[in-house]
Design a binder for this molecule. Structure first.
Ligand code: URA
Length: 432
């Protein structure tokens, strides 16, 4: 078999056989395929698409391209995955909710890149928290307290690592079969029985429209089901940032508020929807009963207690959770004033995320370091009425030279109107 012939076949619009797909993934992982040949094939897939069979085979082959975790000894296991967003701290809330209800959460999370944040960075803003556990430590922590959250190891789905970096540099990220196989290969390799996906739509998401988000959701749910997993995808709005805080320690603080039964309604709603779908798939209860269980776990403090157990078990300073004022704090807090009166018609999540990166909350390259205290607190969001000169947000940073650029970018994300705008649905649909 030759990679040249596989490229030509896909270029001409034919379906690849399972053997051809397996050959590509295997030889790419062994570094026997040149980058230019791999990217030629990826571009052909981007343009020609893939049948469901091809996509399922690609995902399965990528999932077994490295280590796979077997969690069967742990009993009921669940995982969630967000396609990426701004202010998306849902893992910090959903994972302890479901773990407090007896469902084991063995979660591998990512770091932020570009305008989106990552759970691993958020957790590292807590003093001492260890995101790298050995596979044995990881499994034994889940056995003892029902929850562990770590960074993705390099050995899990290594083919995705290679393919993703090539796609990132060759304008081939936005392809449904390539995104679906990338996300699902990692989820399948990580081993959980229940997988609930949080598929974002809107300006801050890969999928800009509900139709595209629905197509991607359907494909990922079908891939997971074909591999014998219990699957759901929640399609939620990422036109506007989720909750009020963007930036690592600020988001940990906001997550603690929700875990204590307070916090923004939109954030709470997305978390409860994700948690109730995980609970209902894992325990076989109907979604309404599962929702009640999740609400109770927040109201009676058991989710908050589980979060503290997680932090303690991975070496984090729990006193920062009990007194969030002890989390990293920025030296400068700058108020952004409304430039005009009216309703906020739009607050584009991608631009707001980029403004938080300028303040130091994220990295533009994988090597950049992060200012854990940096970020943005939104006092007003899409649909709110404002008066010119009123504070609409706070910019937090330890580097004042970044303020002006961040403020300019932040304001460019906003548009105002005299009429109250229609808000897109926060939860568009749940696909099962
Ligand atoms: N997240 C992933 O892990 N892969 C993609 O292709 C897109 C988002």
């Amino acid at each position: 078999m030759r990679i040249y012939d596989i490229i030509a076949k896909k270029r001409d619009g034919y379906e690849l056989t399972d053997e051809e797909i397996a050959f590509f993934v295997r030889e790419l992982t062994k570094e026997n395929i040149k980058d230019y040949q791999a990217t030629a094939l990826l571009m052909a897939i981007y343009i020609r698409g893939m049948s469901d069979r091809e996509m399922i085979t690609l995902t399965k082959e990528m999932a077994v391209s490295g280590d796979t975790l077997s969690l069967s000894e742990l009993g009921i296991t669940a995982d969630k995955h967000s396609t990426g967003g701004v202010g998306d701290k849902t893992t910090l809330i959903v994972a302890p909710i479901v773990a407090s209800l007896g469902i084991n959460v063995a979660k591998m999370s990512g770091r932020g890149l570009g305008h989106t944040g990552g759970t691993v960075d958020k957790l590292e803003s807590i003093e001492g928290f260890r995101v790298s556990l050995s596979p044995d430590e990881f499994i034994s922590q889940v056995k003892s307290i029902g929850i562990a959250v770590v960074g993705q190891t390099g050995q899990l789905a290594p083919a995705d690592k290679i393919i993703y970096s090539l796609r990132d540099a060759t304008a081939t990220v936005g392809s449904v079969p390539l995104i679906a196989s990338s996300i699902m290969s990692k989820k399948l390799a990580a081993g959980s029985e229940t997988i609930v996906l949080d598929v974002k739509y809107g300006s801050g998401a890969f999928m800009k429209t509900t139709a595209d988000a629905e197509t991607l959701s359907r494909k990922m749910v079908d891939i997971g089901k074909a591999a014998g997993r219990k699957m759901a995808a929640v399609i939620s709005d990422m036109g506007t940032p989720l909750g009020k805080c963007i930036g690592n320690s600020l988001e940990v603080k906001e997550a603690i508020e929700v875990l204590k039964g307070n916090g923004s309604e939109d954030l709470k709603e997305v978390c409860l929807t994700l948690a109730s779908n995980i609970v209902s798939l894992s325990l076989g209860t109907d979604t309404a009963a599962a929702r009640e269980m999740a609400e109770k776990a927040l109201a009676n403090g058991s989710a908050y207690e589980k979060f503290k157990e997680l932090i303690l078990s991975q070496g984090g300073n729990v006193s920062q959770i009990e007194s969030p004022d002890k989390l990293p704090k920025a030296s400068t807090v700058y108020k952004v004033l409304a430039p005009e009166s009216g309703y906020i018609a739009e607050m584009q999540a991608e631009i707001i995320g980029s403004a938080s990166v300028i303040l130091g909350a994220g990295r533009l390259t994988k090597e950049d370091s992060i200012d854990y205290a940096a970020g943005i607190i939104l006092h007003k969001k899409t649909g709110d009425k404002v008066t010119a000169g009123e504070a609409i947000a706070e910019l937090h940073t330890n580097d004042d030279s970044r303020l002006k650029d961040a403020e300019r970018l932040f304001l460019s994300a906003l548009s105002f109107s005299n009429k109250k705008p229609e808000k897109p649905p926060l939860i568009y649909k749940v696909i099962k």
